[in-house]
Design a protein around this ligand. Sequence first.
Ligand SMILES: Nc1c(NC[C@H](O)[C@H](O)[C@H](O)CO)[nH]c(=O)[nH]c1=O
Ligand SMILES: CC(=O)[C@@H](O)COP(=O)(O)O
Length: 170
Amino acid sequence: MATANTNLSDYDKSTIPNAEDLRFGIVVSEWNSSITDALYQGAVEALLDCGAVEHQIVKWDVPGSFELVYGAKKMIKRHDPDVIIVIGSVIQGETKHFDFVCQATAQGIMDLNLQHETPIIFCVLTDNNMQQAIDRSGGKHGNKGVEAAIAAIKMAVLGRGSAFADELEF
Ligand SMILES: Nc1c(NC[C@H](O)[C@H](O)[C@H](O)CO)[nH]c(=O)[nH]c1=O
Ligand SMILES: CC(=O)[C@@H](O)COP(=O)(O)O
């Protein structure tokens, strides 16, 4: 299902574990900051709505999406959070650089998921133009930051191997 057929901000709070005792790390790219700031705000609002406490959310900024991988790796070592959300916005330009940044970032985050016990949620928009990015960071298709926050809570609980995780249906 394409994003256009759903709303990224929709979630049923009754199906989300309480996040009050979870520790979150969020690494945010500064490229296209109007987009990444909106994604970050959406993520934090959703985390707090689901019971997360503000002082258990650590935020780091990195220059661009390519640096999200290194930032997440260092955050695991420094803070050992239950889960990390990486936030970026990559927008197609005139050259093939878009392809390399998207592929390297996606592969790097997947590699970290395989190498470490900390789930890392991929909240990186890879859009053809700015309008698509706006539509997915609080616009007509909702906010991917909200979607990432809900995924983060679920994966943090699963990662803890708690009994609750066995009851999660998602
Ligand atoms: N064009 C975009 C970039 N490019 C920068 C790279 O992510 C990286 O910071 C640079 O190559 C230095 O290593 N980054 C984005 O996040 N979004 C873009 O649209
Ligand atoms: C994703 C990028 O690096 C890209 O936006 C840079 O633009 P260009 O391909 O025109 O150099």
